[in-house]
Design a protein around this ligand. Structure first.
Ligand code: ASP
Ligand code: MG
Length: 421
């Protein structure tokens, strides 16, 4: 069996949804499990709904959600005839689930509400696609992934219960009456049936988890690009396609923030030696990129830029070395607050930490760290990483930038710099 994953961009319009038909028909007769993300920018839109709700702005939340509803209903109207009523019913149920919640007052933490609201994007997209494929004569079964993928309750970055999910996923796929199953990426549920999400861009990870559990032949991630590039082509027009990569390189790229693949995707595939193909949904005949176990000889410089970074400068408040107790306290804080630094640089009595700017968490960390350290936080920064760099490219990419921190190994160089506002 093969595992396909379609991302938001591959299902963001009527044309693109229609484009799924020739791709799936190309694999006629194969057993396919198809994981789909929310359409286009739906997840971003739902994040805004969650934020408005949590800020107590009920009307704003409802009207933002209304826009999401209308977008999905419009697409449904355009592509469905026979299956329209059945699909409409299905969508209505998901809308109602969210709206009920929006009429309440927030009493739990933000991440919980985020997941209950944001998970609806994938439920809507997969429903529409499933009904559409059926209408086009492609028999398929729609599965609510929350029935078969159990997670812990670490909302917004939930961890998978592998044991439980393995049994359920195998059983559900085996029971399917037709060879094609459509289900959601990115979401899961706790044993209390609360929805969870696996971290932004988590659908790739879902595809990898399913592939691992089902021993898939390979996973294909269908994207709007021709394969994995060495830099973001929107920022670097001369970015090159890399036809072949290995798991190690991709895990490094993802770690440094490359938006190619969710960082957690590789392990489930690597553990079972399942290759990952990144292919273009606009032209399935293009070879794309293959990611597997093989050693790759020469790679171009790989460039990753992370925006919205903060740098936390910590200095021990009693002049003790950071390497002793303060450092281990700091690591305890990271795990307690579930926050991961993108870069750490230690000195004798100081530590510098670069994080994604998640204001709530940064605030909590700064407050907690102030027991051991004097804390300063610098915002509005970027983190540039170059793998397989040479001095020429490093010089070119840092030209005219105010570098405030640099870290270097023979393989990788990283710079934290100020954004010119
Ligand atoms: N829809 C989710 C997101 O936009 C998950 C995904 O696309 O993989 O982050
Ligand atoms: Mg996506």
């Amino acid at each position: 069996m093969k595992l396909f994953k379609f991302g938001g961009a591959s299902v963001n319009s009527v044309e693109r949804i229609k484009n799924l038909v020739p791709i799936i028909n190309f694999y006629k007769g194969e057993t396919l499990t198809i994981i789909v993300s929310a359409m286009g920018k739906t997840t971003n839109a739902l994040e805004k709904v969650a934020a408005a709700f949590f800020a107590g702005k009920k009307d704003e939340a409802l009207s933002l959600f209304e826009q999401v509803k209308q977008q999905h209903l419009t697409i449904t109207k355009y592509i469905l005839v026979k299956e329209y009523n059945a699909c409409y019913e299905a969508l209505l149920n998901f809308f109602t689930e969210v709206e009920w919640l929006l009429y309440d007052k927030p009493v739990r933490d933000f991440d919980y509400y985020y997941d209950q609201i944001v998970c609806c994007g994938e439920l809507l997209s997969t429903s529409i696609i499933s009904f559409y494929l059926r209408e086009e004569g492609i028999a398929n079964e729609w599965v609510d992934v929350r029935d078969i993928l159990r997670t812990d309750n670490n909302f917004r970055d939930a961890g998978i219960d592998w044991e439980w999910s393995t049994v359920k996923i195998k059983q559900r796929i085996r029971e399917a009456a037709v060879p094609i199953v459509i289900t959601q990426g990115f979401i899961g549920a706790t044993d209390d049936n609360e929805s969870t999400t696996l971290g932004r861009e988590g659908s790739d990870y879902t595809a990898a988890v399913f592939a691992n559990i089902l021993d898939a032949e390979y996973v294909t991630i269908w994207k709007d690009v021709t394969g994995v590039m060495n830099a973001d082509p929107k920022v670097f027009p001369d970015a090159q396609l890399m036809p072949e990569l290995n798991f190690t390189e991709v895990i490094e790229m993802a770690y440094y923030g490359a938006q190619v693949i969710h960082p957690k995707t590789i392990k489930p595939l690597q553990n079972k030696g399942i290759p990952l193909l990144v292919k273009c949904f606009l032209d399935p005949t293009l070879p794309g990129t293959i990611i597997h176990e093989q050693k790759i000889k020469k790679l171009p410089p790989v460039i990753v830029i992370k925006q919205d970074q903060v740098l936390m400068h910590l200095t021990t408040n009693n002049f003790s070395f950071v390497g002793d107790e303060p450092m281990s306290e700091l690591y305890n804080l990271f795990s307690r607050l579930k926050i991961k630094p993108n870069l750490i640089q230690t000195g004798a009595i100081s530590v510098q930490l670069c994080f994604d700017d998640r204001a709530e968490k940064i605030g909590q960390l700064a407050a907690a760290a102030s027991i051991f350290f004097d804390v300063q936080v610098e915002k509005n920064l970027s983190l540039l990483t170059i793998r397989h760099y040479d001095t020429k490219i490093a010089a070119k990419l840092t030209e005219n930038k105010t570098i405030i921190l640099q870290q270097q190994t023979p393989e990788t160089v990283q710079y934290v710099y100020q954004n010119i506002s």
